[in-house]
Write a protein that binds this ligand. Structure first.
Ligand SMILES: [Zn+2]
Length: 341
């Protein structure tokens, strides 16, 4: 098969890769129905995360189970499944507490390269969730979104304690931030403030449930949030970027006793201790335990309560993966869906 392989900064190629096979008896092989490019893929693509050897890319996926190992009991060939970007056994104490992304046996799907027509998924029974039936084509983008961006936005809103009566601020207008808006809306937030200066993304944020748009960032952005909340700051803030500026903007926009859910993969973030001490906010973040939310998210998509697939504003054949990365890198696309041949 051919799949996406990163060779160096901005050098991604659709090249021959070995067909995946069952390695462990708990593995499954799936034929991907759709995959996509993640905002976090742009860190290595831009050379911020160094690449030392040709690296298969991609960690968001959904598709049909082709084959399972001899110890797989729940997942069956022929099922349509969605999985998280971390494979997890879903049985260890960390998984049972709901933090499957940090499973003691976690394996990153990114290392297996999901931007390909076939994918080996470790811990199939713990990782994959089957849909009630083979989905109609128009649900596939939303089911794919559940694999990471929606699951991550949902975790961020949950970690930020979004809910009825709350003012929720979203820092970051990428796909995760936009789906953080959708998640906060679904959780019943009263006021949802999207911080964005990009017209197309503001429009989608409003469609997903944002009540207010703030275009200022940094200290000016924080001042605007304070103005809107009687000088107190928001109850809940989602951080979906991962830079020093965005992290401080999120913490400083939160009122004492409020919650920050941070899911942008941090790069060069160092928090000032004394400021953090007196901020007196709850901080919870990290790689989202998407597996915890998958059954609920699949249900909301299946009964058409939510339509997170709207974040995909570009669809390409998988062989044009290089153009998909370019479009996202240049912010011409919010998120690119790739369809294997
Ligand atoms: Zn586990």
């Amino acid at each position: 098969m051919n799949g996406a392989v990163l060779y160096g900064p901005r050098d991604i190629r659709f090249v021959e890769r070995q067909d995946p096979t069952i390695v462990e008896s708990t593995d499954a092989i799936i034929r991907t129905s759709a995959v996509c490019v993640c905002g976090s893929d742009l860190w290595p693509y831009r050379g911020v995360d160094p690449i030392t050897r040709p690296t298969p890319m991609g960690h968001e996926y959904c598709g049909i189970v082709e084959e399972v190992g001899s110890d797989v009991r729940i997942v069956k060939p022929g099922q349509f499944v969605v999985g998280s970007f971390f494979a997890s056994d879903n049985t260890c104490p960390i998984c049972r507490a709901g933090y499957q992304s940090r499973c003691v046996n976690a394996e990153p799907i990114g290392a297996l390269g999901a931007q390909a027509p076939f994918l080996r998924v470790p811990h199939a029974d713990g990782t994959l969730v089957a849909t009630p039936d083979i989905p109609p084509d128009d649900l596939i983008p939303s089911l794919l979104a559940a694999s990471d961006v929606l699951g991550t936005g949902w975790f961020a809103a949950d970690a930020a304690a979004a809910g009825p009566g709350k003012t929720v601020v979203i820092v970051g207008d990428g796909a995760v931030g936009l789906l953080g808006v959708l998640s906060a809306k679904q959780m019943g937030a009263e006021r949802i403030v999207a911080m964005s200066r990009h017209e197309e993304r503001q429009r989608l944020a409003r469609e997903f449930g944002a009540t207010d748009i703030v275009t200022e960032r940094g200290d000016e952005g924080v001042a605007r949030i304070k103005d809107m909340t009687d000088g107190l700051g928001a109850h809940s803030v989602v951080e979906a970027v991962g830079t020093q500026e965005s992290m401080l903007q999120a913490i400083r926009s939160t009122r004492p006793g409020g919650h920050v859910g941070f899911v942008g993969v941090t790069h060069g973030v160092a928090l000032p201790g004394l400021e953090l001490f007196y901020a007196e906010v709850h901080l919870l973040g990290g790689p989202a335990p998407v597996r915890r939310y998958l059954p609920e998210l699949i249900d909301l998509i299946w009964n058409r309560t939510i339509d997170p697939g709207k974040v995909f504003d570009q669809t390409l054949p998988l062989e044009q993966v290089a153009e998909g990365y370019r479009a996202m890198d240049e912010r011409r696309a919010i998120k690119t869906l790739l369809v294997p041949a």
